[in-house]
Design a protein around this ligand. Sequence first.
Ligand SMILES: CC(C)(COP(=O)(O)OP(=O)(O)OC[C@H]1O[C@@H](n2cnc3c(N)ncnc32)[C@H](O)[C@@H]1OP(=O)(O)O)[C@@H](O)C(=O)NCCC(=O)NCCS
Length: 428
Amino acid sequence: MADTLTITDNRTGKQYEIPIEHGAIRAMDLRQIRTAADDFGLMTYDPAFQNTANCKSRITFIDGDKGVLLYRGYPIEQLAEHSTYLETAYLLLYGELPTAPQLQTWTKEIAQHTMLHENIKKLMEGFQYDAHPMSIFLSTVGALSTNYPDAKKIADEQARQVNIRRLIAKVPSIAAYAYRHSMGRPYIYPDNALSFPGNFLNMLFRMTEPVYQSNPVLERALDVLFILHADHEQNCSTAAMRGIGSSQADPYSSLAGAAAALYGPLHGGANEAVLRMLKEIGSISHVPDFITRVKRGEGRLMGFGHRVYKSYDPRARIIKQTADAVFEVTGRNPLLDIALELERIALEDDYFVSRKLYPNVDFYSGLIYQAMGFPVEMFPVLFAIPRTAGWLAQWDEMLRDADQKIARPRQVYIGSGPRDFVPVGQRK
Ligand SMILES: CC(C)(COP(=O)(O)OP(=O)(O)OC[C@H]1O[C@@H](n2cnc3c(N)ncnc32)[C@H](O)[C@@H]1OP(=O)(O)O)[C@@H](O)C(=O)NCCC(=O)NCCS
């Protein structure tokens, strides 16, 4: 017998059998539950989508209680140990790890698209000298659609594939230019002889030396951080990517919107907020007082808690190991001791334990980025580079999904009933 949910409507005494598929009922099946023929039918009320699946997906699996994260079935720990970001991006987009020739072609194709049009460079030069690099990033990604009108052909498989490659290849260049802009330094053109993270570091940090040599430990650490951030199923920015994309907007416009969602301090801005918080705490001796204030509701412990993970975020564990390797090269970030003490106290405190608040991916990533020489303003940009692969994989999956239409939530209207317009002179 098929799984069903039996609902009795006390208002009418009627019973309904609602099919259950993959642990979910279809919200539209509730619409048959009416009190009269002209009744709209029952809806669900779910602000912030806390219990609503908006798609069926084959890309990323999270078990929040067990702290499991899989990309296309592969555990994040194995990918972080053995894969590269570019290989993982291919996996997310195409569902399988590439064969050696596929990986070679993919790497070459990405390298072909790393350059930015000089018009885009000029556009970036026009930003205010102290513009936030994430604002520059998302504006520039949106502006790219003006260079690639073929991106509008979202039903054209070939156009879609080339624009996917362009976006993955160009986001590091945009990010690096945004950084150089904020530092008042000339932009460095991509060097396709380098690896994906090596080229990015070169565009960021090369000064007058003819050849920039990135430290292999830092290059690998950056690649691991990129793998960890590449996708995270239906989070706020991915929902934005799918939502905007559902109107058949081009991928540059959709991705600009997703990046805007990522900019917020509760999402991609969280590691920036962690660093500011650690600086504000200032010393280990202030940690207990800070925890007390958080428990009184005066602010949050940034980098803690997650909508989905109700145990240790598996990415946070890998990042902690990466931090050790990075600090051996760069020297220990003095804020690390404050972070470790915060984690120690919070993991013993009933307030955090009872609410299942554990360190998330952002708790330690900012410390690594800072030790590598990135200003905090670059943190959300560093998140957006690899998340581009996830956004595009999710966007592509959405476009291929026959169940999907333009995203358009319902509302429960609780405002005024009909009333007559009052001329301004008669208003009280
Ligand atoms: C990520 C986050 C937005 C998820 O929020 P959520 O699933 O909506 O959880 P809620 O806001 O409903 O929080 C549930 C409870 O835990 C508390 N809580 C959640 N995160 C907290 C934090 N970081 N510090 C202190 N308390 C926190 C809330 O106050 C609430 O307590 P209450 O039940 O007494 O009201 C939230 O945990 C947060 O703001 N974390 C800090 C920002 C951050 O690190 N974001 C990066 C995410 S990758």
